[in-house]
Design a protein around this ligand. Structure first.
Ligand code: SF4
Length: 318
C-alpha cells in the first residue's frame, strides 16, 4: 500500500540569537535523520519525553516549521511550496491536549465545529445541520451546539475537539496527548470513539504522547524519539513484546504495573533528559544508558534493521 505520509531524512534547525548567551546566530539542531511512513488506516504512536522533538515534527508536517533538510510527501506528492502545505492542512486535522483552551471562549460549540469550513473557504449549505451532524457523530446531543467551551466537561470538550477535527473529512488526524487530564473512564470513551471513527471514516492517526499505555492500546506501529533522534521504530506488538533499544526498554519499564511482585527498577531510566542545547555526542542516549560502553560516547550508532523494525544502538539484538 502506498504511504499517506512519507518523511525522509528530515531535519529541523532553529536559529538562536545571542540572548541565550551561546553565540550569535548559532543554529540549534532540533531534529535530524527522521524517516517515517504512515499508510492509510494506520495509527502511528510517536513517543518520547518532553523535549524529544515530537511537537516540532508535527509542526513540520503541517508546514508550520521550516525544514532544514529532507523531504515530506503527503498522498504521493511532495510538500515544498505554501500551496502544498495548504493542501496538507486541508487534509489533516489536529486534536489538542487542552481541548477547552484550543476552542475560542467566545465561540459557541456549533460555530466552533464548523469553523474549519470558513478557514478553508469551503461552502456550507446548512451550518446548523452540519454542526448537529458532527456532534451526533461524536456522541453529543444537538443542544450542546449553543454552549460555550467553559460550560463543557473535559470529556465533552474532547469530543467537540474530535467533531471539529472531522469537519472536513481529513485523511490524517494528528492527536497531541488525546487523553491527557481525563479520568480513566473518559479516556476509554475517547479512545473507543477514535477507534470507531478510524474504521468508519478510514482515518490515519499520528498520536503524539509520552503515555506508553495509550500507545500500547491504540498504535499499530510506534516511533521512539530521544533528543531529536529516532532511536527505535517498528510494529507496536513486536516492540512492546521485545523492545530492542535501552531507551525504549526504560520507557516501558517506567509504565505502572499492576503486580507489585514484578520488579523493573533495574531498567528504570535514570536522571533528566539533557537540554537539547547540550545534546551528547556519539549516541545521544549514552549519558543515561545503563549499558553504555566507551564507543557510545564517540560513535553515532548506525541503524540495525529486521523487516519493519529499526533500532539505533551499537548493541541492539533484533
Ligand atoms: Fe546505549 Fe550505546 Fe546503545 Fe546508545 S549505542 S543505546 S549508549 S548501548
Amino acid at each position: 500500500m502506498s504511504a499517506l505520509l512519507s518523511i525522509r531524512d528530515l531535519s529541523v534547525d532553529f536559529a538562536l540569537g545571542s540572548w541565550l548567551d551561546i553565540g550569535a546566530r548559532r543554529q540549534l539542531n532540533i531534529l535530524s535523520g527522521i524517516s517515517l511512513d504512515l499508510v492509510p488506516g494506520e495509527t502511528l504512536g510517536l513517543v518520547g519525553e518532553s523535549g524529544s522533538g515530537k511537537t516540532t515534527l508535527a509542526r513540520a508536517i503541517l508546514g508550520l516549521q521550516k525544514l532544514s533538510g529532507g523531504t515530506i510527501q503527503f498522498e504521493g506528492a511532495p510538500l515544498a511550496s505554501p500551496s502544498d502545505f495548504a493542501r496538507v492542512r486541508r487534509r489533516t486535522a489536529m486534536m489538542f491536549q487542552d481541548a477547552v483552551s484550543s476552542l475560542s471562549p467566545r465561540m459557541a460549540v456549533g460555530e466552533a465545529v464548523t469553523e474549519p469550513f470558513a478557514i478553508h473557504r469551503e461552502a456550507l449549505a446548512d451550518r446548523r445541520q452540519t454542526a448537529r451532524d458532527l456532534l451526533a457523530e461524536v456522541g453529543l446531543r444537538p443542544e450542546i451546539a449553543s454552549r460555550f467551551p467553559h460550560e463543557l466537561s473535559g470529556g465533552q470538550a474532547r469530543r467537540v475537539g474530535v467533531a471539529r477535527a472531522l469537519a472536513l473529512r481529513p485523511a490524517l488526524v494528528i492527536a497531541d496527548e488525546p487523553t491527557a487530564g481525563l479520568d480513566v473512564s473518559v479516556q476509554a470513551e475517547i479512545l473507543n470513539l477514535m477507534a470507531d471513527l478510524k474504521d468508519r471514516l478510514s482515518l490515519s492517526y499520528l498520536i503524539i504522547t509520552h503515555n506508553l499505555a495509550l500507545v500500547r492500546h491504540v498504535a499499530d506501529r510506534i516511533a521512539v524519539l530521544y533528543l531529536g533522534r529516532l532511536v527505535e521504530t517498528g510494529p507496536s506488538e513486536k516492540i512492546f513484546a521485545r523492545p530492542a533499544h535501552p531507551y525504549t526498554r526504560s520507557l516501558i519499564a517506567a509504565e505502572p504495573i499492576p503486580d507489585p511482585r514484578r520488579r523493573r527498577a533495574d531498567l528504570a531510566i535514570k536522571g533528566e533528559i539533557p537540554s537539547i542545547l547540550r545534546r551528547p555526542g556519539g549516541c545521544v542516549f549514552h549519558t543515561r544508558c545503563p549499558i553504555a560502553k566507551d564507543r557510545c560516547k564517540t560513535e553515532t550508532p548506525a541503524p540495525r534493521r529486521e523487516g519493519a523494525h529499526q533500532v539505533n544502538c551499537h548493541f541492539a539484538d533484533i
